[in-house]
Design a protein around this ligand. Sequence first.
Ligand SMILES: Cc1cc2nc3c(=O)[nH]c(=O)nc-3n(C[C@H](O)[C@H](O)[C@H](O)COP(=O)(O)OP(=O)(O)OC[C@H]3O[C@@H](n4cnc5c(N)ncnc54)[C@H](O)[C@@H]3O)c2cc1C
Length: 462
Amino acid sequence: MSHVTHEVSNQATPLADVNLFSGNRALRDALRFHHPAYDETRFVQLGAEMGSAAMQAHARLANLHKPVLHSHDRVGRRIDQVEFHPSYHALLASALSHGLHGTPWSRPAGAHIERAAAFMLFTELEPSVLCPVSMTYAVTPALRANAGVFADWGSKLADTRYDPRFVSAAQKTSLTMGMGMTEKQGGSDVRANTTHAEFDTDTPWGRAYRITGHKWFFSAPMCDAHLVLAQTPAGLSCFFLPRLLPDGSLNALHIERLKDKLGNHANASSEVEFDGATAWLVGEEGRGIPQILAMGALTRLDCALGTAGLMRQALAIALHHTSERRAFGKRLIEQPLMKNVLADLAIESEAATALALRLARAIDRTENGRDAHEQVMRRVLTPIAKFWVCKRGSHFAQEAMECLGGNGYVEEQGEGIVARIYREMPLNSIWEGAANGGGAAAGAGAGEGRACGAGPPDRHRD
Ligand SMILES: Cc1cc2nc3c(=O)[nH]c(=O)nc-3n(C[C@H](O)[C@H](O)[C@H](O)COP(=O)(O)OP(=O)(O)OC[C@H]3O[C@@H](n4cnc5c(N)ncnc54)[C@H](O)[C@@H]3O)c2cc1C
C-alpha cells in the first residue's frame, strides 16, 4: 500500500455541468436588445448542452486525438481521406443539429443574430470543429452566383442532419463547404496566385474548367466542396470544386499533408495540389476576389464571434477558479489586485460580446432588407470587430491563464482548458487575413489582395 504523504486540498474543482447561456448575462442582454423575439427555451437547452461534462469530454478527446491523413489505401490507390476521432463527429453533428451552418439563409429576420449567439456559445465548448461550420454558413451568398450548383447544393448546406460519409453529394443528407485562397507565394496578396484554370466544357452547372496548381492552406479538407481561386485569361476567378464528382469518382485534388499546428487540433488544415481537378465557374471570369470575399466577409464575423466566445470561456474558468482557491487567508477573488484583473477581463469579454452581436445584427438587417444605415454599420464593423476582438484574444487568454497560476499552464491530457484556449487564440487574428494584410484593412489601402472587410462584393476594389 502506498504511503500517504499529504492531503490534496485548496485545488479548484473542474467547471462542468453549468448552463453557459443562463450564466452569460452579456449575451442574454445583447440577444434581447437586438432580437427581442428570440427563442429563449432553445438557448437555455443549448447552454445546458454546451456546458455539459459529456460534451466537454468530446471536446477534450477531439483535440487530443488529432485528425490523421490517409493519402493512399493499403494497396496504393489514392484515397485522400482524413480520419477523425468519433468525438469530432459528435461535436460536428451537434453544431449542425443546432443550425450553426447554413440555416439562417432560409429563416426569417433575426435568424443570423440567433445563429451568431449560438455560435458564440458553441465556441465556449470547442472552437476548432466550427471551421467547416463557419465556412458552410458563409458560402451561400457567393455560391448563389452559380444557379445550377446552388439549386442542387443549397438546401443540403442548411440540412441539420450531419452526414460524415465520403460519398457523392446526391447521396448525402447534409453537405459542408470550405474555401481555398492562400498559396505558398502569397496569402494576403491573393493576386499573386499561380493556380490556373483552363476551360473544359459547358455543362448544366455552367462552364467547367480544369484546375492545376496548389493551396498552401486548405482547412477542413473533408468538406464536400470548396470555393477556390484560380487564374484565367480574364484574371483571378472563383470556382466551385467538389471533392467527389457527380458520378462519385474522386476529383483530382490531392491532400499532400496536414499542418502541424500550434492549436486548433480537432480541425484538419491541409496542403493540397490540383492536378487538372474539375471545377465550375462561380460568378464572372476575372471577378474572383469580390466573389469569394462575399464568403470571406462573413467568416470574419465568425472570427469575432469565436474570439468573444473563447474570451467568455476563459473568463468563466478564471472566475470559477479564483472563487474556490484561497491564498493569504482569503479566496483569490476577494484579493483586491485579483479583483482588478477579473473586472478588466469581465468588461473586455462583455464588450467583445456586445460588438460581435452588433455586427451580427447589421448582417441580419442587410440580408433581410435594404437598411442603408445597417449597410454602413456592416461595412465598418466587420473589419473593426475582426481586428480588435481577435487581436485582444491572446492577451486576454494569457491574463486568464495567470489567474489560475501554474495550473493554468498545464494541459494534462487535454484537461487544462485554459492552455487549449491560449493556443487557439492567435488563429482568428491570422486567418481570413492578418490585420495589416487585409483582415482589418478595408479601405485602408493595404495591398491589392484580401484587403476587403465587409459589404457586398461590388463595393470592393477590383
Ligand atoms: C490554421 C490555419 C488555417 C487556414 N486555413 C485556410 C483556408 O482554409 N483557406 C485559405 O485560403 N487560407 C487559410 N489559411 C491561411 C490564412 O488565411 C493566411 O495565413 C492569412 O491570410 C495570411 O496570409 P499569409 O500566411 O500568406 O501571410 P502573408 O500574406 O505573407 O502576411 C504576413 C504578414 O505580413 C502582413 N502584411 C501583408 N501585406 C501587408 C501590407 N501590404 N502591409 C503591411 N503588412 C502586410 C500580414 O498582415 C501578416 O502579418 C489558414 C491559416 C491558418 C494558420
